[in-house]
Design a protein around this ligand. Structure first.
Ligand SMILES: Cc1cc2nc3c(=O)[nH]c(=O)nc-3n(C[C@H](O)[C@H](O)[C@H](O)COP(=O)(O)OP(=O)(O)OC[C@H]3O[C@@H](n4cnc5c(N)ncnc54)[C@H](O)[C@@H]3O)c2cc1C
Length: 481
């Protein structure tokens, strides 16, 4: 039996199945599975509070899964290169293997780690375990990156999807295990426990991810094309945090769906296109690495944003007086997740009704989402603000009340998350400030006391936003002439 040892460095691939770095490690000989907590190496985007909670659970799940295969997770903290060097010294490992990440800070760090280890005479190999197609493999006919989704996805669909890597049955241990911190030593969970809603909603880890995928394929995917916009129904997969942390891979999603009875449904192809949006987000982040902070369309740098801190806080707390916005922001706070339609509504509200910079919204999402993902979050915010790739046109300003009427027709989503309005019937629940006083009184709603008055008038805000956006569009036209 070979005694060669490889370190498999786990990052956004917290799973055993379809894990190419792990498979390569096993093929070489003994494996030391390692997780290194190094928030300082994440640049401007160290994990937010909700994501840290998820990571804590997911590391435990990974360690449990490794132990079932006669292995274990070695947990370390500190900068990656010196930490790996120490581990190499104590284990005698000859190789370090990992699955690639695509965020700018991670790319810079990984490049430095690779150079350092290679100079030390250590073999380094990296793999693709989190995308169907890596960003540099898809190009327009003229050789550049895509900035429009439809042709991007068409190109992706013309390519084969690699098979799922076989799941190992045992992981050979090294002759001597290095010491490890306890996962709890990383102190990823909050000291004051506000995570009950997240605990009730999620099962982080590979098993939870597989269950979620199987349940969605069995019960949800065929109706996904029609149901995915309904905030009051369970019409979406809720796979996003599992995909973000790599507890399941898009290749697995693709093949499990392709092998299912639902594969030919319209719902399945719409769902795969959403996986495509995730891929597109990584494509854009890789090719435009400044976009987490700077608008992709440069003229938007001059947009006359407002610095209204009070309104920002009201938005964050779900106290805007617009029930659908407040429901969504409270769902986010409680569960660490928000429906995609709701994300578009609250993002449009922040950037176009309140004229607050999209970066403020992106930061709040970063801290509160369990699926906070630099690529998808950046794309989502820039798209809604109108300054990103394939973005919503500037004149598309969601009317929050109409959105609620359409995508939460009985008001049940609002009822769930804004309990002080739960007894209001539809349509009053969509717009309590226009309801007849006797209706409000009969259910104990006192505007300004039990629930806020709207913090602004949507029609006025819309006009102000249109004027500001028109100026930017005009400026662009003048610069182009
Ligand atoms: C302002 C804004 C911010 C967002 N921030 C994030 C984020 O930080 N992390 C994140 O994963 N998604 C983000 N999204 C995209 C999308 O809202 C979520 O991926 C989706 O709501 C997750 O729920 P789901 O797993 O049930 O999705 P489903 O509808 O079941 O879709 C399946 C998967 O496809 C991917 N996906 C779906 N829609 C999108 C999309 N528009 N862009 C990129 N990928 C998509 C996700 O991985 C998702 O899990 C954001 C969207 C907006 C408008």
């Amino acid at each position: 039996m070979s005694t060669r040892t490889a370190i498999v460095w786990f990052r956004h691939d917290l799973r055993i199945a379809d894990n190419l770095a792990l498979r390569a490690g096993i093929a070489r000989g003994c494996v030391v599975p390692v997780y290194i907590w190094s928030p300082d190496e994440e640049g401007e985007w160290p994990l937010g509070a909700a994501s840290r909670w998820w990571l804590h659970q997911s590391l435990h799940a990974l360690d449990d899964a490794l132990r079932k295969l006669d292995s274990r997770l070695i947990v370390q903290t500190g900068d990656a290169l010196p930490t790996l060097r120490k581990l190499i010294k104590t284990t005698g490992a000859e190789a370090v293997l990992w699955n690639r990440r695509y965020e700018p800070a991670a790319i810079a760090r990984d490049t430095q780690v690779k150079r350092g280890l290679t100079d030390d005479g250590i073999e380094v190999e990296s793999f693709n375990a989190s995308l169907l197609n890596e960003p540099w493999t898809i190009q327009t006919k003229t050789g550049g990156p895509y900035q429009v989704f439809t042709p991007y996805w068409k190109t992706c669909l013309s390519l084969p999807v690699d098979a799922i890597a076989p799941t190992p049955r045992r992981i050979p241990s090294p002759a001597k295990w290095p010491s490890s911190l306890k996962i709890d030593d990383l102190k990823l969970e909050p000291t004051i426990d506000w995570t009950a809603g997240m605990r009730a909603t999620w099962s982080p880890g590979e098993t939870g991810a597989r269950k979620r995928l199987n349940a969605f394929i069995k019960n949800g995917v065929t109706g996904y094309d029609k149901g995915r916009d309904r905030m009051d129904e369970d019409g979406v997969s809720m796979l996003s945090p599992h995909l973000h942390f790599g507890e399941i891979s898009p290749r697995q999603v693709w093949h499990v769906l392709a092998d299912s009875a639902a594969s030919a449904s319209a719902g399945a192809s719409t769902f795969l296109a959403e996986i495509g949006w995730r891929e597109f987000a990584y494509h854009l982040l890789y090719h435009f690495p400044k976009t987490p902070r700077a608008p992709l369309r440069a003229q938007f740098a001059k947009f006359p944003w407002s610095r209204n801190r009070k309104a920002l806080r009201q938005w964050q707390r779900g106290m805007t007086g617009f029930p659908i916005v407040d429901a969504a922001m409270r769902q986010l706070w409680h569960t660490g997740w928000m429906h995609n339609r709701a994300r578009m509504i609250v993002a449009s509200f922040l950037t176009k009704d309140l004229l607050i910079p999209w970066q403020e919204g992106a930061e709040w999402f970063w801290d509160t989402l369990v699926d906070a993902d630099l690529a998808s979050n950046t794309l989502g915010w820039q798209w809604t603000a109108g300054c990103g790739a394939d973005a919503a046109p500037y004149f598309r300003i969601f009317n929050p009340t109409n959105q609620a009427k359409k995508f939460d027709p009985q008001g049940n989503y609002i009822r769930q998350w804004v309990p002080e309005l739960a007894k209001l019937p539809a349509p009053a629940i969509f717009e309590p400030h226009t309801a007849r006083p006797n209706i409000l009184e009969s259910v104990g709603v006192k505007l300004g006391l039990t629930y806020p008055n709207p913090i602004m008038d949507h029609a006025d805000a819309r006009n102000a936003a249109l004027a500001a956006y028109r100026r930017i569009a005009e400026e662009k036209r003048l610069t182009n002439n």
